[in-house]
Design a protein around this ligand. Structure first.
Ligand SMILES: *Cc1c(COP(=O)(O)O)cnc(C)c1O
Length: 432
């Protein structure tokens, strides 16, 4: 392929992606769509600059406005999360976690968290799985026991285990996160045995900001890491919130520890989304949770094994369905994608034990952050459940369902819960 062809083809692929996303139901629990204002920040010149160091103490010139943007983002983050200190420099949630491990632990120390099969994230993983905590920082990992029926940490068993293991770091949070973790119940025990307490809010930061989930920094966590693009609908970036006492070690671990340039266009986008959340966050996130419960209910009514029916399916943006009755997660994920329904296959906590694998797991995970951002409410969750049923239970031809989905999506093209929404959510912005 000649250079000009490759150039044209690349840009054409981007436009195709945008056109396609105008017609799909986006249900990936870790994704969201940012406001036009966030996208504007992302295209700004800040993405071409360096600002190593701290506002007012940079290693590079040219940071007059950049410093003000970063200070604003920090101030808004402290306010929104009622935190003593905010660091908005990690370029992702994983980087934020690595910075916390670096600040609070030494290689060879033990961290306790949930296993990946129980909903943990690869950034908390053991060395043998290539996880960040084990393979990069050299932590030993011990698991917090899961109550599989409740899809949550088993408090009694965990209390005993913490006393035995005496970890240096106790980490709450995960990527399959249906219910608030027992931070209040376990933080004190952990501290008595010498542990620091981290809460990984990558998935639920938006829900926490909106007052819809739990409030880890009040419940016993001294540091909280976030991704800024999951339930918090900002640019892809990371953030750390902590006590005053931890400000200095955390700052040092972030820079020069794990970032050099910190993606200043994204920092600007973070400032924008934090302001949006201060104004619209409560209303937005309350609707996310209502929609997740409604989607769980609707799928359950069709006979699908949505986890935790006794607990209302979820208290977050996420639901998990055991789909072993209809096939494996991998095959269903692909069929649903052909029908314009985008979600991901997911390991169930008991899958490995029953001989299933992450490529062909027994579950699918669905999140309602993005469809809520597009203005959908409980009624639309019922329609989404019907589309899913037509693929998964009825085995209808995916092409027909895809056409129906595209038609359904026509009315939901704008981003809601933001100050300005002149540009459509997935409009391709051509500035060549
Ligand atoms: C997504 C996620 C991360 C990593 O976030 P990135 O921003 O993708 O690096 C960390 N922890 C948990 C629990 C996550 O779900």
């Amino acid at each position: 392929m000649r250079a000009r062809e490759a150039y044209e083809h690349t840009l054409e692929l981007l436009q195709k992606h945008h056109e396609w996303f105008k017609t799909v139901i986006p249900l990936i629990a870790s994704e969201n769509v940012p406001s036009p204002a966030v996208r504007e920040a992302l295209t700004s010149d800040l993405g071409n600059r360096y600002a190593e160091g701290w506002p007012g103490e940079r290693v590079y010139a040219g940071c007059i406005y950049i410093d003000q943007v970063e200070l604003l983002a920090m101030e808004l983050a402290r306010k929104l999360f009622k935190a003593e200190h905010a660091n908005v420099q990690p370029v992702s949630g994983l980087t934020a976690n690595l910075a916390v491990y670096t600040a609070l632990t030494n290689p060879g120390d033990t961290m306790m968290c949930i296993s990946i099969a129980s909903g943990g994230h690869i950034s908390m993983g053991k060395k043998k799985f290539g996880g960040t905590a084990g393979a990069v920082h050299g932590l030993e990992i011990e698991y917090l026991p899961l109550d599989e029926k409740r899809m949550n940490i088993d408090v009694d068993a965990a209390t005993k285990r913490i006393a035995e293991v005496k970890p240096k770091l106790l980490t709450f949070g995960g990527s399959v996160f249906l219910f608030p973790h027992p931070v209040k119940e376990l933080s004190e025990v952990a501290r008595e045995h010498g542990a620091r307490v981290l809460y990984d809010a990558a998935h639920v930061a938006g829900l926490i900001a909106g007052g819809q989930f739990q409030d880890p920094l009040r419940e016993g966590a001294e540091v909280m890491t976030c991704s800024t693009h999951k339930t918090l609908p900002g640019p892809q970036h990371g953030m750390i919130l902590c006590t005053k006492e931890l400000a200095e070690p955390i700052n040092k671990a972030v820079f020069p520890g794990v970032v050099s340039n910190h993606h200043l266009h994204a920092v600007a986008g973070v400032a924008v989304v934090l302001a949006e959340m201060l104004e619209f966050g409560k209303e937005y996130t309350a609707q996310i949770v209502k929609n997740a419960k409604a989607l769980g209910e609707a799928l359950y009514d069709q006979g699908m094994a949505v986890l935790c029916p006794d607990l209302g399916f979820t208290a977050s943006h996420t639901i998990v369905v055991d789909i072993t009755k209809y096939g494996d997660g991998g095959a269903l994920e692909q069929r649903l994608e052909k029908a314009n329904i985008v979600l991901n296959r997911n390991l169930l906590p008991w899958d490995i034990r029953e001989g299933r694998h992450y490529k062909n797991p027994g579950g699918i995970r669905l999140g309602t952050s993005e469809v809520t951002r597009l203005g959908m409410k409980e009624r639309q969750m019922e329609e989404i459940a019907e589309f899913i049923k037509r693929v998964v239970i009825d085995g209808e031809e995916t092409k027909r369902v895809a056409a129906g989905v595209a038609e359904f999506r026509r009315d939901y093209q704008r981003v809601h819960y933001c100050f300005e929404s002149a540009t459509e959510a997935y409009e391709y912005m051509k500035i060549r």
